[in-house]
Design a protein around this ligand. Sequence first.
Ligand code: SF4
Length: 321
Amino acid sequence: MRSDRALSLIALVTRACPFACVSCAMDRPGAGTISRADLRRGADLLLREEGPLELQYFGGEPLLEYGLVRETAAWARRLADARGRRLTQSVTTSLLPLTPARARELADLGLEVMASLDGDLAVQSRQRPLASGGPYPWEVLLRHLDGLLESGAACTVNLTVRPESAQSLARGVEFLLSRGVRRFQFAYALGALWGGEGAEALERALRRADELCASGGADVLNRRGGPEPVLLDGQIVLDADGELSVGCWTVLETALPGLRAAFARGPIRDARRLPVAGRGPRAQLERLLAAVSPGERRLVADNLDLGRRLDRFWGTEARHG
Ligand code: SF4
């Protein structure tokens, strides 16, 4: 697990989203949106901390609130400059609301973009169907990807791999390389049971994907190390309702419904600083095990085993191999 990471605040700008991804475990009834005051408060508290800092606009689909993201990003940039802070800002998006014009605006603001795209049309439409049904907006997604790549924004494509899509990963990477993508991140679906065979198949698929990226001159963010096991990441989350929490729960909310309450740290409006203390993997493991039922422990153990395995994979084989 990497220790030199920036201190990040993950802001759930909105829980609303036009997609209904197979791996999505976010509870989205009512699909709330964060208030401008709570989002600014989060940015303000982050910018009182020292060292490298990162504000992540997350969702749902945060760019459904494009104006709020753009305005907050500009405001946070000015505040960071005034306080002499090193701030990175990033937005994670499905690409659907990210028109080429918006991509250029975000590039001008210095926002980094993490685009969620799982491969070619076959995998993407199976894993990320539209919530509303209807014709799949594949041509729109590709046009927006092209616009993003041309915008000058620092952008990464994140591919989420499920047990049933591991064998298609190489095809997806080849397709995205052919579109001009030069920075990748590979995520595995939390909340899915991988088992030993699934983990081995994933490792084989990642090894092939990593080779393809290397020969295509593409960067793989996983090689820089990351918070594995992700399940023990002490990430600081600001929910759309203004509640702060520490821990990995947003992608597991419906799969492990006790997590959010177990990780809660109170409303941002009452916070004097971000909950930066007590976020290490040991503390997170204790909170995690206290929050899950005996029936849920098999899933937790499976996802922890996979995370440890991939920590070794990216930390040793890929990075130094
Ligand atoms: S995983 Fe992200 S893009 Fe997919 S439905 Fe959930 S919030 Fe939307």
